[in-house]
Design a protein around this ligand. Structure first.
Ligand code: NAD
Length: 250
């Protein structure tokens, strides 16, 4: 326990002395909000077939795809609320310690917790986009009673505005994320296995430019033994809470 608190104090000093720190987050930060990760024992892909999120499958089988998408993303975790971990990152940004968050998550919870600069590498499930005229809609403005939903302007097929398998990363999020990474001196990596490419290259790029990595996870990840400078083992909300207290009492 003493080692954990020493590491918390070390990480707090690293963040406070940094000039360009940012956070890189994955599914683990939202687990305590009730949203399961994709992989692992309780992962979503243990219950549902990931082909529903394959772009080609979606275009050829929109009804089947949408039935699964609705169940997972809109019935099941549509009502999730941000937790202490999202809140602490928002407060660190407000206090001037973080330049922003690069998130692989699509759940909108960083914005809801008050973060201003959020680069959503894989898009956002709260928005839908027309696959024909590219008009965007907030999902709560669209009825999901009759699937698949269609565009009120051109009747084209609507798709959740997050990245499917086989789809490119949104240009703006991609360039902004790597531009933060190239300037960074500290990255706080929270709740990610580091398995999803190219997102996993964001902290690696920062590390190559000389940034130090503080990692928060319940288990070691692809980064832990090779790239992480300080590993803080535990639940994201608890570890970030301790880190925030340490930063405000240094
Ligand atoms: P992942 O599912 O591969 O791994 C989750 C990681 O979080 C693991 O390393 C696990 O040990 C850790 N973890 C679990 N509970 C934790 C907790 N309470 N505190 C801290 N860490 C915890 O997740 P990934 O690496 O982000 O990759 C999955 C991809 O799936 C992402 O690209 C993301 O787009 C998508 N995804 C998003 C959501 C979401 O929006 N909330 C949910 C599931 C998957």
């Amino acid at each position: 326990m003493e080692k954990f608190h020493q590491d918390i104090r070390k990480a707090a000093r690293m963040i406070m002395q940094s000039e360009n720190a940012f956070a890189f987050t994955g599914a683990g930060i939202s687990v305590e909000s009730g949203i399961p990760p994709f992989r692992g024992e309780n992962g979503i892909w243990n219950k549902y077939d990931p082909k529903s999120l394959d772009l080609n499958y979606f275009y050829s089988n929109p009804l089947e795809s949408w039935a699964v998408i609705k169940k997972i993303f809109y019935d099941f975790f549509g009502e999730a609320r941000f937790n202490r971990a999202h809140e602490v990152l928002a407060m660190m940004e407000k206090q001037g310690y973080l330049k922003g968050v690069v998130t692989q998550n699509i759940d909108n919870l960083h914005f809801e917790a008050g973060s201003r600069v959020v680069h959503e590498f894989h898009g956002n499930m709260k928005k839908l986009v027309c696959t024909k005229c590219h008009q965007h809609f907030m999902v709560h403005m669209v009825s999901l009673e009759n699937l698949p939903p269609s565009c009120s302007y051109c009747e084209g097929l609507l798709k959740p505005d997050f990245v499917f398998f086989g789809e490119n990363i949104p240009y703006e999020a991609f360039t902004s994320s790597f531009s933060l990474a190239e300037k960074a001196d500290v990255v706080i990596v929270v709740g990610t296995t580091g398995e999803v490419v190219p997102a996993s290259h964001v902290p690696l790029t920062a590390k190559q430019q000389g940034a130090r990595i503080i990692e928060i996870n319940m288990e070691p990840s692809n980064y832990t033994h090779t790239h992480t400078d300080v590993f803080l083992k535990g639940k994201a909300s608890e570890v970030l809470h301790h880190l925030f207290i340490a930063m405000n009492h240094e």
